[in-house]
Design a protein around this ligand. Sequence first.
Ligand SMILES: [Zn+2]
Length: 317
Amino acid sequence: LSARELAIGVDIGGTKIGAGTVNSNGRVLDRLVIPMPQDGAASALAAICGAVAELRRRAEAPVLAVGAGAAGAVEQPAGIIRAAPNNAYRELRLGDALAAAVDLPVVVENDANVAAVGEARFGAGAGHTHSITITVGTGVGGGIVIDGQLYRGSSGLGGEVGHIAVSPKDGPLCGCGAHGCLETMASGSALTRAARRAAALDPGGTMAMLAGGIAGVGGETATGAARRGDAVALGLFDDVGFWLGVGIASLVNVVDPQIVILAGGVGGSAADLLLEPTTASFQRHLYARDERAHPPIVAARLGADSGLIGAAALVLP
Ligand SMILES: [Zn+2]
């Protein structure tokens, strides 16, 4: 495999489009960031096609294919983005339209699957064939790679790790309509909710002080306070880590991966606070824990580039 084989990865967000030319070693050779038009599908599509065309024009070797990652439910194999809560478009037939516009093979995936593919191949999972990536941000997403292949299920909806039921009897209502999904117990939103509740009970405490009042308290306040050793904030990370560990144990009991990767705005950037409580809870809930090697839970390595690199990895040979 030559490192000169190139693919373009596109990371489609609510407010901006990131696109990059990536080689078969997972290196980003060129990149563009443009604002996401907010006036519907046609403009969004034109902007994405324009970014791909510009990178292709600048590439020093032929581009083989285009991979794209977007938030929302993506129907396979046509690459139709059915619903994207943070974007102006609905039912965007991105796969077909992009393939027709650029005359190259195109694969479209949801953003959590894209991050999982990127980490599995070029990030913290490199060298392993079986990995699970959990993306902890506003919500909880993830992707499962088995035998080097992304597991999509029969319709593309597989791997929705944020909606495994960990506390259905008394957990909070989830955006999906169920109660006590992992996302309601261990996301950035769950952390913010718990931090506000804790700060309200302790208005003179570190979190309220850091945020200049209870109203400003959020996940970042909790992270800052925990890094200063504040016991209340550390307790919040213990709780999030507990539930993450429960979810990860359930997944590992089914999939049996070699490694579990924590990614996302909270999972990646607060990994120093989350890895210990998460691992402790995971090991407590793991099946046959005394008779098996425990897969390590590690922080993601690709950071903000996981979208670009993972999207390209979808299509790189
Ligand atoms: Zn749910």
